[in-house]
Ligand binder design. Sequence first.
Ligand SMILES: Nc1nc2c(ncn2[C@@H]2O[C@H](COP(=O)(O)OP(=O)(O)OP(=O)(O)O)[C@@H](O)[C@H]2O)c(=O)[nH]1
Length: 179
Amino acid sequence: MRELLLAVGEDPDRTGLRDTPARVARAYREMFAGLYEEPDHVLDRTFDESHQELVLVTDIPLYSCCEHHLVPFHGVAHVGYIPNSQGRVTGLSKLARLVDLYAKRPQVQERLTSQVADALMRKLQPRGAIVVIEAEHLCMAMRGIRKPGARTTTSAVRGMLQTSATSRAEAIELIRSRR
Ligand SMILES: Nc1nc2c(ncn2[C@@H]2O[C@H](COP(=O)(O)OP(=O)(O)OP(=O)(O)O)[C@@H](O)[C@H]2O)c(=O)[nH]1
């Protein structure tokens, strides 16, 4: 941190910046807490419910950090899956926990989207999964190209939500028509 401040021409001993290294370390440890957690544990607890159609949680608030600049990107995630024939479902909050865990790592939006979908497929073995993330990258808003308001949408679709156009269209329509 001291080197970083010197590199950008700041005096590390200046009043107000004296405590900065420890504070920044604490903040980044919190923002990157997902590096130290095992994603599969989030979905350890499941229960059987004879629901074999789409379960979709939309508008999960998302805060992450781009690994290129360590500058935040934020937006919402929509996460859905179709339980398998045993009807193995997970608590709805676990879908948000999964998003949170992967978001709390240095990320790129595409990888974050795929990681959530792949964890669902791995642990719940559902018939299909869909993850859509819409986010604004502050590295494109507050610096660089400076385009505030530009939003990036990424999707990861697995299983029958990938192979069945009807199932995929239903999920996408529900995401688009929310509110
Ligand atoms: N695909 C993708 N790109 C990202 C993401 N987050 C940041 N980026 C981009 O990563 C790129 C890094 O580009 P570089 O040329 O290495 O870095 P830079 O000189 O700071 O680029 P500028 O942002 O254009 O000033 C930029 O184009 C960012 O917009 C992300 O989640 N996904």
